[in-house]
Ligand binder design. Sequence first.
Ligand code: SF4
Length: 471
Amino acid sequence: MSPNTAVQFKAQATRLAADLEHRQWIFKALRGYEAKRDECKARFQNWEGARQAAAEIKYDTLNHLDRYLEQFVHHLESRGARVHWAADARAAREIILDLARQNQVRFIIKSKSMTSEEIHLNEALEAGGFEVFESDLGEYIVQLRQEPPYHIVFPAMHLKRGQISEVFQQKLQAEPVTDPEALTMIARRVMRQKFCQADMGISGVNFGVAENGMISITENEGNARLTTALPRIHVALMGIEKLVRTMDDLALLLPMLATAGAGQWLTGYNTLYGGPRLAGESDGPEQFHVVLLDNGRTRLLADAEQRDVLHCIRCGACLNVCPIFRNVGGHTYGTTYQGPIGSVLTPHLRGLREWKHLSYASSLCGACTETCPVKIDLAHHLLHNRRNAVQAHPPFFERLAFAGFQVMMRHPALYRLGTTLARWLQPLHGLVQGTALDPARAWTRSREAPRLARESFHAWWKKHRRTTSPS
Ligand code: SF4
Protein backbone atom coordinates (compact mmCIF):
# COMPACT_ATOMS: atom_id res chain seq x y z
CA MET A 1 0.00 0.00 0.00
CA SER A 2 1.36 3.39 -0.89
CA PRO A 3 2.80 5.56 1.90
CA ASN A 4 0.34 8.26 0.80
CA THR A 5 -2.68 6.54 2.25
CA ALA A 6 -3.45 9.37 4.71
CA VAL A 7 -3.26 11.96 1.94
CA GLN A 8 -5.40 9.82 -0.35
CA PHE A 9 -7.90 9.19 2.41
CA LYS A 10 -8.28 12.91 3.11
CA ALA A 11 -8.62 13.82 -0.57
CA GLN A 12 -11.20 11.13 -1.29
CA ALA A 13 -13.13 11.73 1.93
CA THR A 14 -13.31 15.47 1.16
CA ARG A 15 -14.58 14.75 -2.35
CA LEU A 16 -17.15 12.16 -1.32
CA ALA A 17 -18.44 14.09 1.69
CA ALA A 18 -19.36 16.86 -0.74
CA ASP A 19 -20.94 14.42 -3.23
CA LEU A 20 -24.57 14.66 -2.19
CA GLU A 21 -25.72 12.03 -4.68
CA HIS A 22 -23.30 9.47 -3.24
CA ARG A 23 -24.36 10.32 0.31
CA GLN A 24 -28.01 10.08 -0.57
CA TRP A 25 -27.46 6.68 -2.17
CA ILE A 26 -25.73 5.29 0.93
CA PHE A 27 -28.53 6.63 3.11
CA LYS A 28 -31.06 5.02 0.77
CA ALA A 29 -29.20 1.70 0.77
CA LEU A 30 -29.24 1.66 4.57
CA ARG A 31 -32.80 2.95 4.88
CA GLY A 32 -34.91 0.36 6.57
CA TYR A 33 -31.92 -1.46 8.05
CA GLU A 34 -32.29 0.14 11.47
CA ALA A 35 -36.03 -0.53 11.61
CA LYS A 36 -35.56 -4.18 10.61
CA ARG A 37 -32.65 -4.59 13.05
CA ASP A 38 -34.71 -3.16 15.91
CA GLU A 39 -37.65 -5.40 15.03
CA CYS A 40 -35.36 -8.44 15.24
CA LYS A 41 -33.74 -7.22 18.44
CA ALA A 42 -37.20 -7.00 19.99
CA ARG A 43 -37.64 -10.73 19.33
CA PHE A 44 -34.87 -11.49 21.80
CA GLN A 45 -36.14 -11.83 25.35
CA ASN A 46 -33.31 -9.58 26.43
CA TRP A 47 -31.06 -8.12 23.73
CA GLU A 48 -28.76 -6.41 26.22
CA GLY A 49 -28.39 -9.67 28.12
CA ALA A 50 -27.62 -11.46 24.86
CA ARG A 51 -24.91 -8.87 24.06
CA GLN A 52 -23.36 -9.42 27.45
CA ALA A 53 -23.45 -13.21 27.04
CA ALA A 54 -21.95 -12.95 23.53
CA ALA A 55 -19.13 -10.73 24.82
CA GLU A 56 -18.43 -13.20 27.62
CA ILE A 57 -18.34 -16.13 25.20
CA LYS A 58 -15.76 -14.37 23.07
CA TYR A 59 -13.85 -13.21 26.14
CA ASP A 60 -13.56 -16.73 27.51
CA THR A 61 -12.69 -18.27 24.14
CA LEU A 62 -9.91 -15.78 23.51
CA ASN A 63 -8.58 -16.09 27.05
CA HIS A 64 -8.09 -19.81 26.47
CA LEU A 65 -7.51 -19.72 22.73
CA ASP A 66 -4.58 -22.13 22.89
CA ARG A 67 -6.71 -24.81 24.53
CA TYR A 68 -9.74 -24.29 22.27
CA LEU A 69 -7.65 -24.25 19.12
CA GLU A 70 -6.06 -27.55 20.07
CA GLN A 71 -9.48 -29.06 20.71
CA PHE A 72 -10.81 -27.71 17.41
CA VAL A 73 -7.87 -29.04 15.40
CA HIS A 74 -7.99 -32.44 17.12
CA HIS A 75 -11.65 -32.95 16.14
CA LEU A 76 -11.09 -31.74 12.59
CA GLU A 77 -8.10 -34.01 12.01
CA SER A 78 -9.87 -37.01 13.50
CA ARG A 79 -12.39 -36.73 10.63
CA GLY A 80 -9.72 -36.57 7.95
CA ALA A 81 -9.47 -32.81 7.51
CA ARG A 82 -6.02 -31.30 7.04
CA VAL A 83 -5.19 -28.26 9.14
CA HIS A 84 -2.53 -25.73 8.09
CA TRP A 85 -1.14 -22.93 10.26
CA ALA A 86 -0.34 -19.63 8.57
CA ALA A 87 1.65 -17.07 10.54
CA ASP A 88 0.95 -14.29 8.06
CA ALA A 89 -0.78 -13.42 4.81
CA ARG A 90 2.14 -14.59 2.68
CA ALA A 91 2.24 -17.99 4.38
CA ALA A 92 -1.52 -18.42 3.90
CA ARG A 93 -1.30 -17.54 0.20
CA GLU A 94 1.59 -19.96 -0.27
CA ILE A 95 -0.29 -22.81 1.44
CA ILE A 96 -3.32 -22.34 -0.79
CA LEU A 97 -1.23 -21.90 -3.94
CA ASP A 98 0.70 -25.08 -3.14
CA LEU A 99 -2.53 -27.00 -2.63
CA ALA A 100 -3.78 -25.79 -5.98
CA ARG A 101 -0.51 -26.68 -7.74
CA GLN A 102 -0.17 -30.10 -6.12
CA ASN A 103 -3.69 -31.02 -7.16
CA GLN A 104 -3.45 -29.70 -10.74
CA VAL A 105 -6.27 -27.28 -10.11
CA ARG A 106 -7.32 -24.93 -12.93
CA PHE A 107 -10.57 -23.30 -11.90
CA ILE A 108 -11.26 -22.02 -8.41
CA ILE A 109 -14.61 -20.88 -7.09
CA LYS A 110 -14.85 -18.78 -3.93
CA SER A 111 -17.61 -17.95 -1.53
CA LYS A 112 -17.61 -14.63 0.31
CA SER A 113 -14.63 -14.28 2.65
CA MET A 114 -13.26 -11.04 4.06
CA THR A 115 -10.28 -12.98 5.40
CA SER A 116 -9.33 -13.87 1.83
CA GLU A 117 -9.59 -10.15 0.97
CA GLU A 118 -7.30 -9.46 3.93
CA ILE A 119 -4.56 -11.68 2.48
CA HIS A 120 -5.18 -10.57 -1.15
CA LEU A 121 -5.80 -14.15 -2.15
CA ASN A 122 -7.47 -13.56 -5.52
CA GLU A 123 -4.55 -11.52 -6.85
CA ALA A 124 -2.08 -14.21 -5.71
CA LEU A 125 -4.09 -17.03 -7.29
CA GLU A 126 -4.53 -15.16 -10.55
CA ALA A 127 -0.82 -14.32 -10.62
CA GLY A 128 -0.20 -18.05 -10.09
CA GLY A 129 -2.13 -18.81 -13.28
CA PHE A 130 -5.45 -19.92 -11.77
CA GLU A 131 -8.87 -18.69 -12.81
CA VAL A 132 -10.82 -17.49 -9.79
CA PHE A 133 -14.55 -16.75 -9.63
CA GLU A 134 -16.46 -15.19 -6.79
CA SER A 135 -19.78 -16.94 -6.25
CA ASP A 136 -21.41 -14.40 -3.92
CA LEU A 137 -23.46 -12.08 -6.13
CA GLY A 138 -22.14 -8.85 -4.59
CA GLU A 139 -18.56 -10.12 -4.62
CA TYR A 140 -18.95 -11.28 -8.23
CA ILE A 141 -20.14 -7.84 -9.29
CA VAL A 142 -17.21 -6.06 -7.63
CA GLN A 143 -14.84 -8.66 -9.03
CA LEU A 144 -16.13 -7.91 -12.54
CA ARG A 145 -15.59 -4.21 -11.86
CA GLN A 146 -12.09 -5.00 -10.55
CA GLU A 147 -12.67 -3.18 -7.32
CA PRO A 148 -12.61 -4.23 -3.66
CA PRO A 149 -15.79 -4.81 -1.60
CA TYR A 150 -17.42 -1.61 -0.43
CA HIS A 151 -18.79 -3.01 2.83
CA ILE A 152 -17.97 -6.06 4.99
CA VAL A 153 -21.45 -7.54 4.52
CA PHE A 154 -22.82 -5.78 1.40
CA PRO A 155 -19.88 -5.66 -1.01
CA ALA A 156 -21.80 -3.94 -3.83
CA MET A 157 -24.09 -1.65 -1.85
CA HIS A 158 -22.72 1.42 -3.63
CA LEU A 159 -23.96 0.28 -7.04
CA LYS A 160 -27.29 1.06 -8.62
CA ARG A 161 -29.10 -1.48 -10.78
CA GLY A 162 -28.21 0.43 -13.95
CA GLN A 163 -24.51 0.24 -13.08
CA ILE A 164 -24.77 -3.50 -12.44
CA SER A 165 -26.56 -3.94 -15.74
CA GLU A 166 -23.82 -1.98 -17.49
CA VAL A 167 -21.08 -4.18 -16.07
CA PHE A 168 -23.00 -7.34 -17.07
CA GLN A 169 -23.42 -5.98 -20.60
CA GLN A 170 -19.72 -5.16 -20.89
CA LYS A 171 -18.27 -8.25 -19.26
CA LEU A 172 -20.89 -10.92 -19.93
CA GLN A 173 -22.49 -9.57 -23.10
CA ALA A 174 -25.82 -9.66 -21.29
CA GLU A 175 -29.06 -7.96 -22.31
CA PRO A 176 -29.69 -4.52 -20.77
CA VAL A 177 -32.10 -5.32 -17.89
CA THR A 178 -32.53 -3.62 -14.53
CA ASP A 179 -35.04 -5.91 -12.84
CA PRO A 180 -33.22 -7.39 -9.79
CA GLU A 181 -34.47 -10.89 -10.52
CA ALA A 182 -33.32 -10.72 -14.14
CA LEU A 183 -29.92 -9.41 -13.05
CA THR A 184 -29.58 -12.24 -10.53
CA MET A 185 -30.49 -14.78 -13.21
CA ILE A 186 -27.71 -13.50 -15.47
CA ALA A 187 -25.13 -14.00 -12.72
CA ARG A 188 -26.65 -17.31 -11.73
CA ARG A 189 -26.41 -18.74 -15.27
CA VAL A 190 -22.70 -17.86 -15.44
CA MET A 191 -22.08 -19.08 -11.93
CA ARG A 192 -23.70 -22.51 -12.38
CA GLN A 193 -21.25 -23.24 -15.15
CA LYS A 194 -18.32 -22.17 -13.00
CA PHE A 195 -19.45 -24.40 -10.13
CA CYS A 196 -19.33 -27.39 -12.46
CA GLN A 197 -15.90 -26.44 -13.82
CA ALA A 198 -14.22 -25.68 -10.49
CA ASP A 199 -11.68 -28.10 -9.05
CA MET A 200 -11.25 -26.17 -5.83
CA GLY A 201 -13.71 -24.28 -3.65
CA ILE A 202 -12.42 -21.68 -1.20
CA SER A 203 -14.61 -20.41 1.60
CA GLY A 204 -14.27 -18.24 4.67
CA VAL A 205 -15.48 -19.27 8.11
CA ASN A 206 -17.95 -17.41 10.31
CA PHE A 207 -17.33 -19.49 13.40
CA GLY A 208 -15.26 -22.55 14.31
CA VAL A 209 -16.70 -24.71 17.09
CA ALA A 210 -14.03 -26.06 19.44
CA GLU A 211 -16.09 -28.85 21.04
CA ASN A 212 -16.68 -30.71 17.76
CA GLY A 213 -14.28 -29.18 15.22
CA MET A 214 -17.03 -27.98 12.87
CA ILE A 215 -16.86 -24.79 10.85
CA SER A 216 -19.99 -22.71 10.49
CA ILE A 217 -20.75 -20.69 7.36
CA THR A 218 -23.70 -18.39 7.24
CA GLU A 219 -25.01 -16.91 3.97
CA ASN A 220 -28.15 -15.83 2.15
CA GLU A 221 -27.68 -17.19 -1.37
CA GLY A 222 -26.69 -20.83 -0.94
CA ASN A 223 -23.58 -20.31 -3.06
CA ALA A 224 -21.23 -21.23 -0.20
CA ARG A 225 -22.88 -24.66 -0.05
CA LEU A 226 -22.18 -25.21 -3.73
CA THR A 227 -18.64 -23.82 -3.36
CA THR A 228 -17.87 -26.28 -0.59
CA ALA A 229 -19.74 -29.31 -1.89
CA LEU A 230 -19.20 -29.49 -5.67
CA PRO A 231 -15.43 -29.09 -6.26
CA ARG A 232 -13.19 -32.01 -5.31
CA ILE A 233 -11.16 -29.84 -2.87
CA HIS A 234 -12.52 -27.50 -0.22
CA VAL A 235 -10.19 -25.00 1.44
CA ALA A 236 -11.58 -23.00 4.36
CA LEU A 237 -9.63 -19.92 5.41
CA MET A 238 -10.21 -18.97 9.02
CA GLY A 239 -8.81 -16.27 11.29
CA ILE A 240 -7.87 -17.92 14.59
CA GLU A 241 -10.15 -15.54 16.50
CA LYS A 242 -13.27 -16.98 14.83
CA LEU A 243 -13.47 -19.75 17.39
CA VAL A 244 -16.31 -20.31 19.85
CA ARG A 245 -16.44 -23.02 22.50
CA THR A 246 -19.66 -24.95 21.95
CA MET A 247 -22.75 -25.39 19.79
CA ASP A 248 -24.67 -23.49 22.46
CA ASP A 249 -22.41 -20.50 21.84
CA LEU A 250 -23.19 -20.80 18.16
CA ALA A 251 -26.91 -20.93 18.87
CA LEU A 252 -26.65 -17.51 20.44
CA LEU A 253 -24.20 -15.95 18.02
CA LEU A 254 -25.87 -16.94 14.74
CA PRO A 255 -29.12 -15.02 15.35
CA MET A 256 -27.13 -12.12 16.80
CA LEU A 257 -24.98 -11.96 13.68
CA ALA A 258 -28.07 -11.99 11.45
CA THR A 259 -29.87 -9.37 13.55
CA ALA A 260 -26.98 -6.94 13.90
CA GLY A 261 -25.64 -7.48 10.40
CA ALA A 262 -28.66 -7.40 8.16
CA GLY A 263 -31.78 -7.03 10.30
CA GLN A 264 -32.70 -10.69 9.80
CA TRP A 265 -33.91 -13.16 12.41
CA LEU A 266 -31.61 -15.73 10.97
CA THR A 267 -29.52 -15.77 7.81
CA GLY A 268 -30.96 -17.86 4.97
CA TYR A 269 -28.46 -20.71 5.04
CA ASN A 270 -26.48 -21.81 8.10
CA THR A 271 -24.30 -24.84 7.49
CA LEU A 272 -21.75 -26.78 9.50
CA TYR A 273 -18.83 -28.50 7.73
CA GLY A 274 -16.52 -30.95 9.39
CA GLY A 275 -14.41 -32.92 6.95
CA PRO A 276 -14.06 -34.55 3.55
CA ARG A 277 -16.56 -36.93 1.99
CA LEU A 278 -16.57 -40.24 3.85
CA ALA A 279 -16.68 -43.71 2.28
CA GLY A 280 -20.21 -44.39 1.09
CA GLU A 281 -21.23 -40.72 0.97
CA SER A 282 -22.46 -39.45 -2.37
CA ASP A 283 -21.30 -35.84 -2.21
CA GLY A 284 -18.84 -33.52 -0.56
CA PRO A 285 -15.17 -32.80 -1.33
CA GLU A 286 -12.48 -35.46 -1.54
CA GLN A 287 -10.10 -33.19 0.37
CA PHE A 288 -10.98 -30.76 3.14
CA HIS A 289 -8.36 -28.25 4.29
CA VAL A 290 -8.59 -25.60 6.98
CA VAL A 291 -6.02 -22.80 6.92
CA LEU A 292 -5.74 -21.11 10.31
CA LEU A 293 -4.52 -17.56 9.90
CA ASP A 294 -2.70 -15.48 12.50
CA ASN A 295 -1.54 -12.39 10.54
CA GLY A 296 -1.15 -10.14 13.58
CA ARG A 297 -3.93 -11.66 15.66
CA THR A 298 -1.68 -13.13 18.38
CA ARG A 299 0.09 -9.76 18.63
CA LEU A 300 -3.27 -8.16 19.28
CA LEU A 301 -4.16 -10.94 21.69
CA ALA A 302 -1.10 -10.04 23.74
CA ASP A 303 -2.36 -6.47 24.07
CA ALA A 304 -4.44 -6.56 27.25
CA GLU A 305 -5.98 -3.17 26.49
CA GLN A 306 -7.18 -3.88 22.97
CA ARG A 307 -7.47 -7.64 22.67
CA ASP A 308 -11.28 -7.49 22.74
CA VAL A 309 -11.12 -6.13 19.18
CA LEU A 310 -10.70 -9.83 18.32
CA HIS A 311 -14.24 -10.46 19.59
CA CYS A 312 -15.53 -9.00 16.32
CA ILE A 313 -17.94 -11.30 14.45
CA ARG A 314 -17.80 -9.12 11.28
CA CYS A 315 -21.49 -8.28 11.31
CA GLY A 316 -20.84 -4.83 9.83
CA ALA A 317 -23.34 -3.15 12.18
CA CYS A 318 -20.81 -0.52 13.26
CA LEU A 319 -20.39 0.56 9.63
CA ASN A 320 -24.12 0.91 9.15
CA VAL A 321 -24.50 3.40 11.98
CA CYS A 322 -21.22 5.27 11.58
CA PRO A 323 -21.71 8.87 10.39
CA ILE A 324 -18.24 8.85 8.82
CA PHE A 325 -18.84 5.66 6.83
CA ARG A 326 -22.22 6.99 5.73
CA ASN A 327 -20.55 10.11 4.38
CA VAL A 328 -17.33 8.88 2.84
CA GLY A 329 -18.28 5.31 1.85
CA GLY A 330 -16.32 2.08 2.07
CA HIS A 331 -13.68 2.48 -0.64
CA THR A 332 -12.26 5.65 0.91
CA TYR A 333 -10.78 3.66 3.78
CA GLY A 334 -8.47 1.80 1.38
CA THR A 335 -8.56 -1.22 3.68
CA THR A 336 -10.15 -4.67 3.82
CA TYR A 337 -12.25 -3.77 6.85
CA GLN A 338 -13.99 -0.42 6.66
CA GLY A 339 -15.80 1.80 9.14
CA PRO A 340 -15.12 1.84 12.89
CA ILE A 341 -13.89 -1.76 13.14
CA GLY A 342 -11.64 -1.17 10.13
CA SER A 343 -10.24 1.99 11.67
CA VAL A 344 -9.49 0.15 14.91
CA LEU A 345 -8.20 -3.10 13.41
CA THR A 346 -6.19 -1.96 10.39
CA PRO A 347 -3.36 -0.29 12.34
CA HIS A 348 -2.88 -3.62 14.16
CA LEU A 349 -2.82 -5.60 10.93
CA ARG A 350 -0.87 -3.20 8.72
CA GLY A 351 1.03 -0.87 11.04
CA LEU A 352 0.03 2.06 13.20
CA ARG A 353 2.27 4.67 11.65
CA GLU A 354 0.79 4.37 8.18
CA TRP A 355 -2.82 3.72 9.20
CA LYS A 356 -3.28 5.90 12.24
CA HIS A 357 -5.22 8.48 10.21
CA LEU A 358 -8.25 6.16 10.18
CA SER A 359 -8.57 6.45 13.96
CA TYR A 360 -8.81 10.22 13.59
CA ALA A 361 -11.65 9.90 11.08
CA SER A 362 -14.28 9.56 13.76
CA SER A 363 -16.76 11.83 15.43
CA LEU A 364 -16.41 9.68 18.58
CA CYS A 365 -20.19 9.78 18.82
CA GLY A 366 -20.12 6.23 20.20
CA ALA A 367 -22.85 4.88 17.88
CA CYS A 368 -20.51 2.00 16.93
CA THR A 369 -19.91 1.03 20.55
CA GLU A 370 -23.62 1.26 21.25
CA THR A 371 -24.58 -1.07 18.39
CA CYS A 372 -21.83 -3.72 18.54
CA PRO A 373 -23.45 -7.07 19.41
CA VAL A 374 -20.34 -8.30 21.20
CA LYS A 375 -19.84 -5.05 23.12
CA ILE A 376 -16.51 -3.92 21.68
CA ASP A 377 -15.89 -0.40 22.92
CA LEU A 378 -14.86 0.85 19.50
CA ALA A 379 -14.92 4.56 20.36
CA HIS A 380 -12.38 4.00 23.14
CA HIS A 381 -10.21 1.85 20.93
CA LEU A 382 -10.07 4.68 18.41
CA LEU A 383 -8.79 6.90 21.22
CA HIS A 384 -6.28 4.23 22.26
CA ASN A 385 -4.95 4.09 18.72
CA ARG A 386 -4.62 7.87 18.64
CA ARG A 387 -2.75 7.89 21.95
CA ASN A 388 -0.46 5.06 20.87
CA ALA A 389 0.27 6.82 17.58
CA VAL A 390 1.23 10.03 19.34
CA GLN A 391 3.33 8.19 21.91
CA ALA A 392 5.18 6.24 19.22
CA HIS A 393 5.78 9.20 16.89
CA PRO A 394 4.97 12.52 18.56
CA PRO A 395 4.28 15.11 15.81
CA PHE A 396 6.87 17.91 15.90
CA PHE A 397 4.44 20.86 15.82
CA GLU A 398 2.18 19.30 18.40
CA ARG A 399 5.14 18.79 20.72
CA LEU A 400 6.19 22.39 20.15
CA ALA A 401 2.68 23.66 20.84
CA PHE A 402 2.37 21.69 24.07
CA ALA A 403 5.85 22.74 25.21
CA GLY A 404 4.79 26.38 24.67
CA PHE A 405 1.53 25.74 26.50
CA GLN A 406 3.44 24.20 29.39
CA VAL A 407 5.73 27.25 29.69
CA MET A 408 2.71 29.58 29.66
CA MET A 409 0.83 27.61 32.27
CA ARG A 410 3.87 27.66 34.56
CA HIS A 411 4.29 31.41 34.29
CA PRO A 412 1.07 33.27 35.14
CA ALA A 413 2.42 36.62 33.89
CA LEU A 414 3.20 35.06 30.51
CA TYR A 415 -0.23 33.42 30.44
CA ARG A 416 -1.95 36.74 31.14
CA LEU A 417 0.12 38.50 28.47
CA GLY A 418 -0.67 35.73 25.94
CA THR A 419 -4.42 35.76 26.54
CA THR A 420 -4.55 39.58 26.47
CA LEU A 421 -2.70 39.60 23.15
CA ALA A 422 -4.99 36.89 21.78
CA ARG A 423 -8.03 38.92 22.81
CA TRP A 424 -6.69 41.97 20.95
CA LEU A 425 -5.73 40.01 17.89
CA GLN A 426 -8.86 37.94 17.58
CA PRO A 427 -10.92 40.61 15.74
CA LEU A 428 -8.17 40.69 13.07
CA HIS A 429 -8.43 36.94 12.57
CA GLY A 430 -11.44 37.47 10.32
CA LEU A 431 -9.12 39.08 7.73
CA VAL A 432 -7.09 35.89 7.21
CA GLN A 433 -9.63 33.26 8.23
CA GLY A 434 -9.49 30.22 5.98
CA THR A 435 -6.53 31.59 3.92
CA ALA A 436 -3.00 30.22 3.85
CA LEU A 437 -2.00 32.90 6.40
CA ASP A 438 -4.47 31.62 8.97
CA PRO A 439 -2.57 29.75 11.72
CA ALA A 440 -5.77 27.87 12.63
CA ARG A 441 -6.65 27.07 9.02
CA ALA A 442 -7.08 23.32 9.50
CA TRP A 443 -9.84 24.12 11.98
CA THR A 444 -11.42 27.21 10.47
CA ARG A 445 -11.71 25.83 6.93
CA SER A 446 -14.87 24.03 7.95
CA ARG A 447 -15.71 25.45 11.40
CA GLU A 448 -16.09 28.73 13.24
CA ALA A 449 -13.11 29.69 15.39
CA PRO A 450 -14.15 29.66 19.07
CA ARG A 451 -14.47 33.21 20.48
CA LEU A 452 -12.43 34.17 23.51
CA ALA A 453 -14.35 35.65 26.46
CA ARG A 454 -14.17 39.46 26.60
CA GLU A 455 -12.38 39.34 29.94
CA SER A 456 -10.52 36.57 31.73
CA PHE A 457 -11.94 34.90 34.78
CA HIS A 458 -8.99 36.32 36.69
CA ALA A 459 -9.92 39.89 35.76
CA TRP A 460 -13.59 39.24 36.46
CA TRP A 461 -12.77 37.81 39.88
CA LYS A 462 -10.62 40.81 40.78
CA LYS A 463 -13.51 43.12 39.88
CA HIS A 464 -16.21 41.18 41.73
CA ARG A 465 -14.26 39.84 44.66
CA ARG A 466 -15.62 42.41 47.05
CA THR A 467 -19.25 41.74 46.18
CA THR A 468 -18.98 37.94 46.09
CA SER A 469 -16.70 37.43 49.16
CA PRO A 470 -18.56 36.39 52.32
CA SER A 471 -18.85 39.45 54.62
S1 SF4 B 1 -16.96 -4.39 15.76
FE1 SF4 B 1 -18.93 -5.14 16.49
S2 SF4 B 1 -20.42 -4.07 15.21
FE2 SF4 B 1 -18.47 -3.85 14.16
S3 SF4 B 1 -18.40 -5.56 12.73
FE3 SF4 B 1 -17.40 -6.27 14.60
S4 SF4 B 1 -19.00 -7.26 15.79
FE4 SF4 B 1 -20.03 -6.04 14.22
